[in-house]
Design a protein around this ligand. Structure first.
Ligand code: GTR
Length: 327
């Protein structure tokens, strides 16, 4: 594992032991299929990128670190069009720039304050973002892109957001100055769950970064602590396929556990970040999932950090993930 040495883990974690886990059975395709069936639902193929129109371009933002571009994209889905408003930060130095695709929680503009764009661009990376609720509202009673596909199989909102990450990558292919070679999917919390599900299904993502993704993200169901299936399916029934709720209190009977989701992304690379005080995401369960997944990766193909503090995507998380990407 590309991680800090275990002596940088919190003291109390050093004796953490792996629970009994389902052995990864079958090929990668079957494992991904099992996750689709049991938890997330498969994101349908397609949604054709019909147009990408540049709305504005501000040059030399953040003291010249790069340019800020806004695009409107139209994605033609079987039952109608979905419009996405993207925000791109394109570094001045590196062209074509490698792209990080990351959905955001509170609107594109809010990321300008919150994300360390200047440092990320100085490191040579572009960041393309869209408000996750423009893809699928985070609401059990309303539907976004899921209403635009006549899928026979159900898919949850996490799968819809994963679909959106793949469409952002489609959009990136149309923007001069970007390369989608080596593309990175990055997400925090529920959007970290979506990043992992996108990484598992779309092999154009060379690296998948999950930050504090917790239950149904990087954390093991079979490691007790934090959010469990009962809690998550009660509060967020729309995130998953409806039958997933039947595993509430029956974690041991799930045919999969989350180390297999991480492993299914190999040999492409995965980085998992945790926060020590983020008990609801069960950071120890995230760490143990990485330990259990590690044999599936080539040397250094999976990385991990835990930092002090709580549930958040901080500059430190971005920069440590990027130093993994660069290795
Ligand atoms: C919590 C949820 C977590 C996590 C988090 C977030 O309420 O229980 O699974 O996804 O939200 O997305 O911030």
């Amino acid at each position: 594992m590309t991680t800090e040495s275990t002596d940088l883990l919190p003291e109390a974690w050093r004796d953490a032991e792996l629970p009994d886990l389902p052995a990864p059975g079958g090929g990668v395709g079957e494992v991904v299929e099992e996750f689709a069936r049991t938890i997330y639902g498969r994101t349908p193929d397609g949604g054709r990128l019909a147009e990408v129109v540049l709305q504005s371009r501000d040059e030399g933002v953040f003291g010249g670190a790069g340019d800020r571009l806004r695009h409107r994209a139209v994605i033609a889905c079987p039952l109608g069009d979905l419009e996405l408003d993207t925000l791109l930060h394109l570094p001045a130095g590196a062209r074509p720039a490698r792209v990080i695709v990351a959905l955001n929680f509170a609107g594109n503009d809010q990321t300008i304050e919150k994300w360390p764009y200047a440092k990320v661009m100085d490191a040579g990376y572009a960041v393309l973002t869209v408000d996750y609720q423009q893809i699928e509202p985070d609401d059990p009673d309303s539907r976004g892109v899921r209403a635009l596909f006549p899928t026979a199989e159900p898919w949850g909102a996490v799968a819809a957001w994963a679909w959106g990450l793949s469409r952002c990558l489609d959009i990136a292919t149309k923007i001069p100055g970007l390369t989608t070679d080596g593309a990175i999917a990055l997400g925090h919390s529920r959007l970290g769950k979506a990043a992992l599900w996108a990484g598992a299904q779309d092999d154009r993502f060379a690296v998948t970064v999950s930050n504090d993704s917790g239950c149904c993200g990087a954390s093991l169901f079979r490691h007790p602590g934090g959010e469990d299936i009962a809690a998550i399916t009660t509060k967020f029934p729309h995130w998953f396929v409806p039958s997933f709720a039947s595993y509430a209190g029956r974690e041991d009977e799930l045919p999969v556990d989350q180390h297999q989701l991480l492993a299914s992304i190999a040999p492409r690379r995965v980085y998992v970040a945790s926060a020590e005080d983020d008990a609801w995401a069960d950071p120890i369960g995230e760490y143990l999932a990485v330990v259990a997944a590690e044999p599936a990766f080539e040397d250094g193909g999976i990385g991990y950090h835990v930092r002090p503090g709580g549930h958040d995507l901080l500059e430190e998380d971005w920069l440590r993930a990027l130093s993994f990407v660069r290795r």
